[in-house]
Design a binder for this molecule. Structure first.
Ligand SMILES: [Zn+2]
Length: 145
């Protein structure tokens, strides 16, 4: 993959990152390793996000982490024009999209393409960016390009 301009700047991103817990650690470690990882129920096979100690789809409580492709389509989006946080200030205006993953769950992610180029239903792929020394975060980008 070609080198990209970091999506956000350090250290401004640091306070935005959640603390690692037993529940979310595998997700964040996955991103740091360049993978999107989702919980998958061993009982019914459904993927889910955000992580929980139980399945959202059945009474199952045995969940395993799996690396997934993480592609999907834009389900909905907003365009952010306001400088809510310095980490994103240089990227205004930017898009925050709800992405319907092919695996099932919907996830939120920022997109830094021109907002006019984003549309409902467009295919997207994960764009994982290192945002601090040891952490990475999930964004999305158009599937082609
Ligand atoms: Zn289940």
């Amino acid at each position: 993959m070609a080198a990209r301009t970091p999506a956000v700047t350090m250290p401004e991103f640091e306070p935005l990152l959640p603390e690692l817990t037993d529940l979310n650690r595998a997700y964040w470690e996955g991103l740091a390793a360049g993978e999107v990882r989702l919980q998958r129920c061993r009982r019914c096979g459904a993927y889910q996000y955000p992580p929980e100690s139980f399945c959202y789809h059945c009474p199952g409580t045995e969940l395993a982490w799996e690396a997934v492709r993480g592609h999907g389509e834009v389900y909905s989006f907003i365009v952010v024009h306001q400088r809510y946080h310095p980490a994103f200030g240089e990227h205004l205006p930017y898009v925050v999209a709800t992405v319907q993953l092919d695996e099932g769950p919907r996830m939120l992610g920022a997109m830094f393409e021109q907002p006019a180029s984003i549309s409902i239903g467009m295919r997207v792929r994960p764009r994982i960016e290192r945002v601090t020394e040891d952490r990475a975060a999930l964004f999305f980008a158009p599937e082609e390009g």
